[in-house]
Design a protein around this ligand. Structure first.
Ligand SMILES: [Zn+2]
Length: 196
């Protein structure tokens, strides 16, 4: 493989971001070099700090700089509710609605056998342990309304049921095929209230 020069290396690195193709990556690289040089070391520093400082909460698996995240550490929340989401972004979307006061468990993915994502990768065993803790009365399955998100909710609901743990699913109203993080807050809040 030929060695890349600095510009090509930058473009290749930017292309790793979701939704960024060759053209956008080139535009970003040229923009930085031509118009915003000072942003470059700041961007580099922020990436290094995030990469080194952000880990996963030991309890819910969301992003956290501390071993236990702020939500899990908040004793004022409703310990009877445990909401299962696919990503930290989905968790943030639910938090923004302001209508949920329970705790979370973040799968960091969804079941996708073709991509090699099994129950192990999404931490299903850890979820079952967490859901079995005293005081948890309901597990709200807030995975996305995509085929894989639905399959994930189904598998988890069954695993919870055989352990005698009640689970509910976000109500329909969230458009089919949607990722929670892109759904408007009112719709999420309703889907949460009308869960069944
Ligand atoms: Zn946490």
């Amino acid at each position: 493989m030929p060695l890349l020069n600095a510009l090509d290396t930058l473009i290749e690195a930017l292309k790793r971001l979701p939704g960024v193709g060759q053209k956008s990556a080139q535009r970003m690289a040229y923009h930085l070099l031509q118009h915003d040089r000072t942003a470059m070391p700041r961007l580099a520093d922020a990436l290094t700090a995030a990469s080194e400082g952000i880990r996963h909460c030991e309890r819910c698996h969301t992003f956290s700089e501390a071993p236990i995240c702020g939500v899990c550490a908040d004793t004022e929340r409703d310990g009877r509710l445990l909401c299962v989401v696919e990503t930290p972004a989905d968790q943030a979307a639910l938090e923004r609605t302001g209508s949920y006061r329970g705790y979370y468990f973040v799968l960091l993915g969804r079941l996708s056998p073709l991509d090699g994502v099994s129950t192990r990768e999404i931490g299903a065993a850890e979820l079952l342990v967490r859901a079995s803790e005293a005081g948890v009365g309901e597990v709200i399955l807030a995975t996305s309304f995509t085929a894989e998100g639905e399959a994930t909710a189904h598998v988890l609901a069954e695993a919870l049921r055989v352990r005698g743990i009640k689970s509910t699913r976000l109500a329909r109203g969230v458009p089919v095929g949607s990722e929670l993080e892109y759904v408007d807050l009112g719709t999420i809040a309703h889907a949460l209230t009308d869960r069944r």
